[in-house]
Design a protein around this ligand. Structure first.
Ligand code: SF4
Length: 355
């Protein structure tokens, strides 16, 4: 097996033009929302990499940018040795065959006008040369694979005739039918009844074991990511603030934000008190000098409002962006938020799409 990672994310950024107030427009300043800000991580073949963050942390934008559903403002997405950010739309087609996604909402994802067969056969028609009988056979095999047995009972149904759990299994079938190398799961349990969630997790685990794909699993639920991921990245306001093995991050969290997330984990004696303040929604509150977590941080020091802690890369398997764990460097002091009053010219690929 190659020692090169399957996915290598380098300095990935996705900035959006923020809605500007009257005086900012008058001054000609273009404000930016840094939905994804200088993110780095790798995913090995066959590995599960978990990304955890609260709503508004930028995790969904990160995976959309990683999959080139959104073009990045800057950075590289190296997939199997090639930077797919440089790909033309024709070249991206071959990438899409190898990287598939499961979305949050199985009710929205499936076309209500199409049968289960039509939905699952669609990617096969796009990428494989198969006649109708071959398509039926492949779709039936895949339905069996995702636990919709016997396949004949499901293949000609419409989404409205399926339960939420069955719809998500159809979505998973469509995602794996091309036998991808990478599966990206964006909160695949969030719309499902709690009683169905563990069944979907066990299914993903078995499919990964049998098919060998790498998985990026995105969630706001630390308990879930702890149970599925080999390694975890914790996101806060567009940046990764801590990264390590699932065991390191959950059992020995270093960053105060990760510690707060772990403190919110349910215990055998009931839910712990939630200690986190909500993530700021206003763009002005988000783009502050210094460490973005300092207004919520119980350990904030004077330096924390002046310098931006970089993700310490001195250890390959464990990284933390916090001055409790590494010295403040000159580079940290230089790294002030350019989004405050920054100009559009400073970024070549800034878009005006909403987050
Ligand atoms: Fe808290 Fe300072 Fe660490 Fe930021 S750098 S998380 S404010 S201690």
């Amino acid at each position: 097996m190659s020692s090169e990672p399957l996915v290598d994310i380098r300095g990935l950024k996705k900035y959006y033009a923020a809605e500007s107030g009257f005086f900012r427009q008058l001054l000609g300043r273009e404000e930016q929302v840094k939905a994804v800000d200088d993110v780095n991580f790798t995913v090995a073949a066959g590995e599960t990499f978990g990304i955890i963050g609260e709503s508004g942390s930028g995790k969904s934008t990160l995976i959309e940018t990683m999959l080139q559903l959104e073009r990045p403002t800057d950075g590289k997405v190296i997939f199997d040795g090639e930077d797919i950010c440089e790909y033309s739309s024709t070249e991206l087609r071959s990438f899409r065959e190898r990287a598939q996604m499961i979305f949050q909402d199985p009710y929205e994802t499936l076309n209500p006008q199409k049968t289960v067969f039509q939905s699952i056969a669609e990617p096969l028609k796009n990428f494989r040369d198969m006649d109708h009988e071959e398509l039926r056979t492949k779709v039936k095999t895949t339905l069996n694979d995702v636990g919709l047995n016997p396949a004949e009972e499901y293949i000609d149904l419409f989404p409205e005739q399926l339960s939420g759990g069955e719809r998500q299994r159809v979505c998973i079938a469509r995602a794996i039918v091309l036998d991808p190398d990478l599966l990206v799961a964006d909160e695949p349990l969030s719309m499902l009844d709690v009683s169905l969630q563990s069944g979907i997790l066990r299914l993903l685990d078995r499919l990964q074991e049998e098919h060998g794909f790498a998985m990026v699993y995105v969630t706001h639920n630390l308990s879930v990511v702890q149970s599925v991921a080999d390694r975890i990245a914790v996101m806060y306001l567009g940046k990764i603030v801590e990264q390590g093995t699932a065991e390191q991050v959950v059992n020995d969290p270093k960053h105060p934000y990760t510690r707060a997330l772990v403190a919110c984990l349910p215990t055998l004696t009931g839910d712990r008190e939630r200690v986190l303040l909500p993530i700021p929604e206003d763009d002005d509150d988000r783009d502050i000098p210094g460490c973005q977590f300092h207004p919520r941080c119980p350990d904030a020091m004077e330096e924390c409002s002046r310098a931006v802690p970089a993700l310490d890369d001195s250890q390959t398997d464990r990284q933390v962006a916090c001055f409790l764990h590494h010295e403040v460097t000159e580079a940290d002091r230089d790294e002030q938020p350019s989004g405050v009053g920054s100009t559009a010219e400073s970024e070549s690929r800034v878009t005006s799409e909403p987050q």
